[in-house]
Structures are given as structure tokens and as C-alpha cells.
Design a protein around this ligand. Sequence first.
Ligand SMILES: Cc1cc2nc3c(=O)[nH]c(=O)nc-3n(C[C@H](O)[C@H](O)[C@H](O)COP(=O)(O)OP(=O)(O)OC[C@H]3O[C@@H](n4cnc5c(N)ncnc54)[C@H](O)[C@@H]3O)c2cc1C
Length: 299
Amino acid sequence: MDDYDVVVIGGSYSGMSAAMALGRSRRNVLVIDGGDPCNKSTPHSHNFLTQDGVAPSEISKIAKNQILQYPTIRWDHGNVYDVMGEIGSFEVSIDGGKTVAGRRVILAAGLRDVLPEIPGFKACWGKTIIHCPYCHGYEFSDQKTGILTPANQAFEMLKLISNWTNNLKLFLLGDDSLEDEELDTILDKGVEIVNQPIQEVIHDRGVLNHLIMQDDSIEKMDVLYARLATEQRASFVRTIGCATIESGHLEVDMFGKTTVEGIYAVGDCAHPMRSVATAVYTGNIAGAMINKELIEEDF
Ligand SMILES: Cc1cc2nc3c(=O)[nH]c(=O)nc-3n(C[C@H](O)[C@H](O)[C@H](O)COP(=O)(O)OP(=O)(O)OC[C@H]3O[C@@H](n4cnc5c(N)ncnc54)[C@H](O)[C@@H]3O)c2cc1C
């Protein structure tokens, strides 16, 4: 079995950032990556210094070229399906039958967005149906904007998005559990609430044109913010015993340590402030902390 100081599960921004800190610390690192980052559908990534507006795949390509310059970093394409063992001797199993060993493991596998099964939704996801105003809001400033959200998050979401546009409509999918006070404020601000399911999203190659509602009415729209449910990509995290917080993110301390000794988690799987910058930052910190732990062990 190949033996590494650290096995990194997920080779996108967070995993590569951790690998860079570890490679520069002359650690033997294996990055295992399925090649399916969550932002692959978006043409331009924003709000990350030096790479604003660059394609997500281009940022990854540059990062991968840079980390693989370090001779102690190895890369395997594949999906991990299990992690067993304990601090100092984890066994990581990859689809296809290979198992590798690591003294530490970093979970950097991200989240899966659970897209609703509305025709046309997927084609617009990351282009004109978006999740985050900091990533894409500027490009849609003052445009005709919808917000698709569970009612209990509607008020906060509407308040946030009103920073980028006042041309707003709220889509609540038949859920009318808004607090009275919130409802009054929303109506006072002249925001219309549409409270029925969306039948279809009509678009041209991902550019949203209008929504067809359940009663066949039409809602013209330039952009739709969608608050979607998410799931851990690495489902095996439950069997290894890493605790999660209420939002479903892995519980970590400020250095990325999970509740299982020797396993760290970085990027989206552990941090609700979802961005390339957060992924890179948390990976960088965890890489340095693991190196420090290994120095303490070996010195
Ligand atoms: C549509 C969309 C647009 C976005 N736009 C922006 C933006 O403009 N600016 C910005 O800052 N942020 C943006 N984000 C957020 C940003 O993309 C994420 O915060 C960031 O990608 C998180 O990085 P990560 O490394 O944690 O996870 P990801 O980038 O999601 O990568 C996870 C990696 O792990 C791999 N993986 C998963 N499971 C396994 C497994 N079992 N074994 C091996 N590998 C596995 C996957 O294949 C993938 O390569 C966007 C997100 C979405 C969904």
C-alpha cells in the first residue's frame, strides 16, 4: 500500500491549497480528485483576488500546474468511497480497488447542490440562476430579479439582495410561513410575493427569459437567486464519525480539525461562507497545522 504523510480527498481549490502548504513543507501528499467541482457550470468566477472574472477551470488549471511542481505531491484521478483507521494510520479506499495509507486525512470534497427537478433549471444554474450575490450579484445589478427561497430564509435573503437591485420578486413555492412582521415589511417595500411552484424555466443557452408558474402565468426575469439544499459530497464522512453542525457542514475548529483526531476538513464541506477565497484560506491553514502536528510528532 502506498504510504503518505497526508491524503487529500478532493483536488479543487481547498484541497489544492492544503496540498500546496504541505508540498512546500516537503510532505508526501496524495491528492485524490473526482474532477467535478461545484462551480463547473459558471462561466466566470468572481471575487477572488487576481482571478476576478476568470473561468473556474482556468483557476484550477493554474493551481494544479503550480502544486505539481513540488516533487512530493502526487495526484490521482478517482473517487474515494471509504476512510478507515485512526490518526497516524488511515486507510483511504479509491474506486477501482486501490487503497492508500496516510498519517492524516484532509476532507476537501465539497458539497452537492440539490437542484429542483424543474425543466430548464439545471441549464441556467451558475449562469442566470445563482446562489450568491458576492459571486455574481454585481453582474446583475438593477436587473429584474427573483428570489427562490424557503419562507424562513426569505426575509434575510431579500434584505441582502436589495443591496444589488430593488427590482425584486419573492418566490415561495406554496410555503406561507413568513412571520407577520416580515411580511408587512416586504409588502411595504413594494416587493411582490409569488407563492406557487415553478413549472418550467424558459431560457436560451442558460440565459433566463421567464418562468412558467404552476397556474401557467408567466414571470419575466433576468436572474433568479436560489437558496438550495446541499449535501456532503463525501457520504462516507458519516461512517468515520465526523460530527456535523445544524447546517450539515462538518464541525471544525479554526484550524480545520474535525471531531475525529487526524482528520481535517476544508472548503465548502466545512464552511458556510462558500467562496473560492474561503476554500483557499481554509486549505492553507489546515495544511500548515497538519505540518506542525507532524513536526511535533517526529522531532
Ligand atoms: C454555481 C456556482 C458558482 C460559484 N461561483 C463562485 C464565484 O464566482 N466566486 C467564488 O468565490 N465562489 C463561487 N462559488 C463557490 C465556490 O465554487 C466554492 O466555494 C468552491 O468551489 C469550494 O471549493 P472546494 O474545494 O471546497 O469544493 P469544490 O470546488 O466543489 O471541489 C470539490 C472537489 O472534490 C472532488 N470530490 C468530491 N467527492 C470526492 C470523492 N469522494 N473522492 C475524490 N474527490 C471527490 C470533486 O470532484 C471536486 O473536484 C460558486 C459555487 C457554485 C455552486
